[in-house]
Design a protein around this ligand. Sequence first.
Ligand SMILES: *Cc1c(COP(=O)(O)O)cnc(C)c1O
Length: 812
Amino acid sequence: MELTKENFVEKFEERLETKYALDVKDATAYELYDTLCSLVKSAYTRKWRQTWKEYVNKDEKQIYYFSIEFLPGKMLKSNLLNMGWLETVQAGLAELGIDLEDLVKVEPDMALGNGGLGRLAAAFMDSLASDGFPGNGNGIRYKYGLFKQKFVNGYQVELPSVWLKSGVGNAWEVRRDSKAVMVRMGGHVHLEQKGDYLEPVYEDGMIIRAVPYDTGMVGYHNQHVNTLRLWEAEIPESEENKYPTIEARRRVEDLTAVLYPDDSTEDGRRLRLQQEYFFVSAGVQSIVRHYEKYGKPLTELGKHIGIHINDTHPAMCVAELMRILLDEKHMSWEDAWQQTVQVMSYTNHTIMAEALEKWSIQMMNEIQPRLLQIIAEIDNRYVKEWAGKVDGSIIERTRIISGGQVHMAHLAIIGSHSTNGVAKLHTELLKEDVLHDFYTLYPERFNNKTNGITERRWLQLANPSLARVLDETLGTNWRSDIKQVNKLLDYADDQAVLDKFGQAKRENKVRLAAVIKEKTGIEVSPDAIFDVQVKRLHAYKRQLLNLLRIVKVYLDLKDNPNLDMVPRVFIFGAKAAPSYRYAKSIIKCINEVANLVNNDPSIQGKLKVVFLEDYGVTLAEKIIPAADVSEQISTASKEASGTSNMKFMLNGALTVATLDGANIEIKDKVGDDNIFIFGLTKDQVYEYYANHGYHGSDYYYNDPVIHRVLDAFVDGTIPNISNEGHEIFDSLTYLNDDYFVLGDFEDYLRAQAEVDEAYRDRNRWNKMSLINTANGCFFSSDDTIKKYAAEIWNIKSVTEGKEVGTNAKYPL
Ligand SMILES: *Cc1c(COP(=O)(O)O)cnc(C)c1O
């Protein structure tokens, strides 16, 4: 049935009645939300099945994107938008006296990720579907998402995020018991000769039932729906008697209970490794099983299947596929290896040494002894293959097992045909430095794929005010062809358009001011500069640099209350890993500075500091459209790409940036005049590391401004931070700060003074803002995924060339 307002209203009331035996006026927001989801889901389910059939009929190559995190946020509006339903449903609900926004509030954020890595995986799911690619996700259905953050006395407190609350559960998923697989872990293994192959014989250990929950990934206006498959751990019926106590059961069921709350350091280790093997094994088994169902030979696996390893967490895919092909399908090692390398590809997300995953041989053996045997054999053969061909020291440095540890990145690179970085600078650093040895061995495997974002969520949905300006200026084609946004450049000197730009930003700032007031009680003026830093809290991201500047401005204002400056509101959002002490100290200090500044009447509202609790996708959608200034100030070389930098830019914020990650590519697009660049370059940073020429204390003793600002952390000027203040003081001075906060401070102030000056000329500012939005279209995840498809995966779109217009609205 065609979706019209009338049809929708009728169907909605009908569904509410069959589901809940209720009239609209008697239903709660949850019941209405659930009814709407059910209607949406049954509409796209038909397309979901057709998409799958089309893949099978056309024998399309399939990609499976393995990621230990997916961070989609809320899905109701995104599904409505992609189905072409949003406006009609909004109008239909309004006729029933329902505000769609009230239903949206009911949906919990699906926060199965920490930050950028998980958000990228979610954006890729949206883009794979929207570009019509045969690509599916594979991950873990954590019972608890990333912790909920509260501030108590300025300290971060972590509460569980119960996104699967009974009743509110995940409306989008479908449990598929028929597709469950068994995953074997622990115990012992030995090999027995069986005819012409070796059969592994397992003793003890446990067998876990992996049950998939599938969620449709709805493509934008193309009737194309892919699958995100998340696995849950259960005790198989046959094993029930092995788990007589609740505690014993818990050990299995808790395997998929919590998301590891840190994406950059190692901690809480065994469970994490179990999680990795669990979703790898379940995913690879189900892929092979599905492949075989259609009777194709396993020697052609690589032609039909691609598995993408998103960061090293799923690197065991390499060994798990080998295990299945060898032990279960009795392929020769050579044939199995050839297929495996052809199937696998890998993305590296970090150059920070402490985040490059390693596991002790012993722990790997405890988790899955057969897998360790296979990894050891891959390692052996790797060493033999290169022996005599290259310098022995290169082999030692690149082999998978060394120093008693299994190096996951090495496994991923050796066992795949492609390794990519996520921004130009990052890929260069991989080639030159972190993975240089591998680059000398396999130069053809290395390539760059700069990250991207989905404009559907971050512009169309999050910023209706700006979207309206684009509609009025460019027509609506940009909504399905984001590159059209670049045509805005034709209007860079059009006064009317610039005014509308400024007006849209102001509307968003008024909205955010209301959110801030509601959440914190703090009043902020939409006439101030909204200066925003939102991202995970980490030393390398340098929230501290931002904080030092705030303290500097505060002290200046205390000296001179009449200081001529554009009022600024500093907005932070950031979670710290629960075990990351230093990051938590920084949170405490930001909160105390906020208290001090916001409650000092002599500041006269020229300076406000707002730290919003529980940063996540939904909060980001409210903050980013309202930002004037985007803080992207990581130490050069440390941020692989960044993606919030792209979201801000698309929403017309101007970036204050170091030459790091994708900031460089943003600068290249908008030009030096439309971005505020400062700070050490990657080469200067590397020079400091090489010659130990950086001395934090010198800045303290020689620079009176820095001296005064740092003193404020230890002399009581900032109250209630006697421990944290000293910790920060010491780290920046005597402990010589690896992130060069003080080294970049002066230049950062210079860049911020330029921001102040630029903002005073509203026309100039609006023009700069427009130029940023116009060039934001070059950082679309649709483009990024097209490059993965063409250059790494070799898959084709099945919807390209189909008429978009007639496909825009999914039928009701
Ligand atoms: C985009 C996004 C990130 C990534 O931010 P970076 O500044 O690139 O680190 C993290 N968390 C959420 C909720 C996001 O939406």
